[in-house]
Design a protein around this ligand. Structure first.
Ligand code: GLC
Length: 573
């Protein structure tokens, strides 16, 4: 069968997954709703915008959408500061719009995963307002983490802890008490030892499950359970405590009691609702989150943290397939999301020098990223170092490699257009709290959250009203309109690979093949198809066992049987 015929006969992904295991090898497309498509023209993307673009999503060939927060929010942290977990932000729609969007997705055979943010509420949440209006020691304050300040009048913070976004982690409320927030000041941390908090989230899970959502992406899943001692350690002491299940703040073993309760709710539905944990934990602690008795799946961010390097990629894949199997889950693969520099840009920048610790030593990559994953922010002054074309070439190769792997692949909106990070956003247009809380250090995450270019001209390139983060001129080149009919565009590459990917989902296995070149990786999937990826710069003549019909390639093969540098192909070998 020719590649065309294989494409034509492969059923639409939607047709294949009606069973409870649909998530295991799904291609999930992340929508950051405020930057996707703006149907009402107020400059902020909305749910109607998502519904209108369902034909685009269907043609892309994804199995599910993960919708980042769409709840009422002051947007102190892009919607991860939630005022009300059971409603829709009026700036982006209504509950009726949500239902219409879910229906449109489902009618196209696309599942819907919503983001849930249980570590903290926003400071505008009813509970937080009640906490501020209630005295010290009240049940209202017990839903959050309040502590007395130090000094005779409590004017000093309870400890020197710092927030993951920079600045202090304690905020005074004016009566000698302070509340804890690991993220922005507008995101007070909840107290998960409080039964009312636990009950209320079960209600929220049922609320959205009853509305037909298929699953949940769980924000900061490793942070909910906290056990702060009476006498708080200093930040340095806290950092020195091993994260082995008994750390006061991170990745505590007892967090899984919460997810065991959630699992009971998921299993009330048919098919059971699914969940995927955002848990920045040491790899060997990931299986607990991915356990079928817990959330069922956990993000593996290892590829996202790796350089474009054959040895690193191979090691990560082998290790994570084994790790996922250990929990009975399937692996997830992520190259980009709304928190990190887009992979086309990462691969076009020289590796970032690690920042030395105070004592001058260099942190291990995993230490720096464990808690928030923000170490891949674009630091000021790096823009001139970008080799944009090379970055995109490598990104296309890495994506083909990723989409050929067993497990589920997460695609972040805009990567299918080959978008780069937008580096030159004016300070006054920036929105991300990490920019404001770490002045002069990082430019924050707005560069991957610029509204999508749908057309090559017109106001906000077809996004809708005036884009809430301005789009650069070069976005037009990457617009859906430009890429749609171009067989060499990144959009065409994604569509083709996603359509073919259905054929790969026979079993979650791969077999490594010898290539004789340390810069070139090759693996075979159970249906016989082979992926070959050349991480080196020079061409790689494909040896006989690796020859065959090219199903899809990140570049055209220059001559029969030779894979150019920094390129990937799927072959019927
Ligand atoms: C997660 C989100 C990130 C957010 C943070 C606080 O890491 O992915 O965008 O800022 O949690 O909710």
């Amino acid at each position: 069968m020719t590649a065309e015929a294989a494409l034509a006969t492969s059923p639409h992904p939607a047709a294949r997954r009606t069973d409870a295991e649909w998530w295991r090898q799904a291609a999930v497309y992340q929508i950051y709703p405020r930057s996707f498509a703006d149907a009402d023209g107020n400059g902020i993307g909305d749910l109607k915008g998502v519904a209108d673009r369902v034909p685009y999503l269907r043609e892309l060939g994804i199995d599910a959408v993960w919708l980042s927060p769409f709840y009422p929010s002051a947007l102190a942290d892009g919607g991860y500061d939630v005022d009300d977990y059971r409603d829709v932000d009026p700036k982006i729609g209504t509950l009726a719009d949500f239902d219409a969007m879910a229906e449109a997705l489902h009618a196209a055979g696309i599942k819907l995963i919503v983001d849930i943010v249980p570590n903290h509420t926003s400071d505008r949440h009813e509970w937080f307002k009640e906490a501020l209006a209630s005295p010290k020691g009240s049940p209202e304050r017990d839903r959050y983490i309040f502590r007395d300040g130090l000094g005779p009048d409590g004017a000093q913070p309870p400890s020197d802890w710092t927030s993951g976004f920079g600045g202090p982690a304690w905020e005074p409320v004016g009566d000698g008490q302070w509340y804890h927030h690991f993220f922005a000041r507008e995101q007070p941390d909840l107290n998960w030892r409080n039964p009312e908090v636990r009950e209320d989230f079960l209600k929220t899970l049922r609320f959205w499950s009853d509305r037909g959502v298929d699953g949940f992406r769980v924000d900061v899943a490793h942070g909910l359970s906290k056990d702060l001692p009476e006498e708080l350690p200093t930040q340095a002491e806290l950092d020195a405590i091993p994260v082995d299940g008994n750390h006061p703040v991170w990745d505590r073993d007892d967090v899984h009691e919460i997810y065991a309760e959630w699992r009971q709710v998921f299993d009330e539905y048919d098919p059971p609702r699914i969940a995927v944990a955002e848990a920045w934990v040491a790899s060997d602690r990931r299986p607990a989150y991915a356990s079928p008795r817990g959330l069922g799946q956990a993000f593996n961010f290892d590829l996202l943290g790796a350089r474009f390097d054959a040895a690193q990629f191979r090691e990560i894949v082998a290790f994570n397939l084994e790790l996922a199997a250990r929990s009975g889950s399937s692996s997830t693969w992520v190259l980009s999301n709304h928190d990190v520099v887009r992979h086309a840009t990462r691969y076009g920048l020289p590796p970032e020098p690690a920042e030395p610790r105070e004592d001058g030593s260099l942190p291990a990559e995993s230490d720096a990223t464990q808690k928030t994953g923000t170490s891949w922010l674009l630091h000021r002054g790096r823009e001139p170092e970008l080799k944009a074309e090379r970055g995109l070439r490598r990104a296309r190769a890495a994506t083909l490699f990723e989409l050929a792997l067993p497990g589920s692949a997460y695609i972040y909106q805009g990567e299918e257009l080959g978008l780069h990070e937008v580096a030159d956003i004016a300070d006054e247009d920036r929105q991300d709290p990490t920019f404001f809380r770490s002045p002069g250090v990082s430019v924050g995450r707005d560069g991957c959250r610029v509204p999508l270019p749908w057309s090559a001209g017109g106001e906000s390139l077809g996004f809708g009203g005036s884009a809430h983060i301005p789009q650069p001129e070069w976005f037009a080149e990457h617009s859906v309109e430009r890429e749609d009919g171009d067989p060499d565009s990144t959009l065409s590459l994604y569509r083709r690979a996603l359509a073919l990917r259905g054929e790969l989902r026979t079993e979650e296995r791969l077999e490594w093949l010898e290539t004789g070149d340390p810069q070139v990786l090759a693996f075979r999937r159970p249906n016989g198809w082979v992926n070959v990826t050349n991480f080196g710069e020079g061409p790689f003549p494909l040896p006989e066992p690796l020859r065959g019909e090219v199903l899809v390639g990140s570049v055209a093969l220059e001559e029969e049987g030779t894979l150019p540098g920094e390129a990937s192909v799927w072959l019927k070998a």
